[in-house]
Design a protein around this ligand. Structure first.
Ligand code: ADP
Length: 357
């Protein structure tokens, strides 16, 4: 016959997905009782705005109803008191507000371009979308604080990251990509942000370290364009495993991308490969590739930089339409799927890269 001990044991199997510990272990279960086949308890949450709230209740209900003699489950939610939060986070030795301790990020891949306007942010967002479609747990950090545009592509309408005792909770896109950007924190997203070097470094370290990313297979980082101080600072502030270079078929773009690559070399960060964006336009009438910006120089660049070409992407007007309305996740392109396939074959070899330092 089920007793309170058995019930407690069942609840020990229910994990807080962000904290990776059982709700019993975290001191979230209170006033547990069993009466006439009904289990009642209070679930104390770190914040009432906890996005995992429903999921944890559902899981608890499912496990308890599977027990012999349990006919109903009643759960009441409340917020943990300050003393309770202190007890839990103090006990685990974690500093309050230090999200890094809760994060387990397997690969951090940054996207860099030689100059602005080549589609770096679009490619970064598309990488996140394609990886998510493959079932990976994905986050994207908009570190292009000089022109943050990631939320506009992936989030529709108003969304704000929420605070929690562990740190800042990122906003989630429709398909579940965790998004963090300075734009999500500004009162007016159209406001220009002027950052000086030390501020950039501080802001980025905070974005990386104080955001509760949880468990991620891939964190994509959209770097500021070019070889400016801003991109250098960001590259030094985050333990990157690899860099994807985005370029367009113009000799100038090639030249600046070499510069970007040499910067990555100096920092000891491996280049995963090159993506040539706006490489051609597929004529809707004859189906031929039209080299609007001149012939592709991706192969040549790849040889010079000793890195693979991950793919060439066409100019697609519908991409801009989807990107401008927060619907980039609806974009389907075979070209991009093969880019990601190629990237995935390169990336695992690089996991002993700098992030493992
Ligand atoms: P960057 O981050 O390099 O400054 P963005 O990603 O912001 O560049 O892209 C600049 C503009 O070009 C955006 O309006 C974007 O929608 C558009 N764009 C990017 N890639 C493509 C593409 N392959 N086809 C059509 N438009 C694109």
């Amino acid at each position: 016959m089920t007793d309170l001990e058995t019930i407690r044991k069942a609840l020990e199997q229910v994990m807080d997905p962000e904290l990776h510990r059982s709700i019993v272990d975290l001191g979230m279960v209170h006033d547990l009782e069993l009466k006439d086949g009904t289990v009642r308890f209070t679930l104390a949450l770190t914040t009432m705005a906890c996005p995992m709230r429903q999921g944890m209740q559902d899981e608890a209900r499912r496990r308890l109803l599977a027990l012999d003699g349990v006919k109903a489950v009643e759960i009441e939610c409340r917020e943990m008191t300050d003393a309770e939060k202190q007890a839990v986070f103090g006990q685990s030795g974690r500093r309050r507000g230090s999200a890094e301790a809760y994060n387990d990020i397997k690969h951090i891949i940054a996207v860099l371009s030689g100059k602005g306007g080549v589609g770096k942010s679009t490619v970064a967002a598309l990488l996140a979308v394609a990886l998510r479609r493959k079932g990976y747990r994905v986050g994207i950090l908009d570190a292009d604080i000089t022109g943050p545009s990631i939320p506009k592509m992936l989030i529709q309408g108003e969304a704000r990251p929420m605070g929690s005792p562990m740190g800042i909770l990122p906003v989630e896109s429709k398909s579940g990509i965790k998004v963090m950007s300075i734009n999500l924190l500004l009162a007016d997203p159209n406001q220009a942000v002027i950052w000086r070097g030390p501020l950039i470094s501080g802001a980025i370290q905070q974005f990386y370290g104080d955001v509760v990313w949880g468990e991620l297979d891939y964190l994509i980082v959209d770097l500021p364009p070019g070889t400016s101080d801003a991109s250098l600072t960001v590259m030094q502030s985050i333990p990157l495993n690899g860099i994807v270079l985005v370029t367009t078929p113009q000799s100038l773009a090639g030249m600046v991308v070499r510069k970007a690559s040499s910067m990555a070399d100096q920092l000891g960060i491996p280049i995963v490969g090159i993506i040539e964006n706006m490489s051609y336009f597929l004529c809707p009438h004859c189906g031929r590739e039209v080299a609007l910006f001149g012939p592709s120089n991706a192969a040549e660049l790849a040889v010079a930089l000793r890195t693979p070409v991950l793919g060439r992407l066409p100019i697609q007007p519908e991409l801009t339409v989807l990107a401008d309305s927060g619907r980039l996740e609806e974009y389907q392109a075979a070209e991009f799927d093969s880019v990601v396939e190629r990237m995935l074959t390169v990336v695992p070899e690089q996991m002993s890269g700098p992030a493992a330092r």
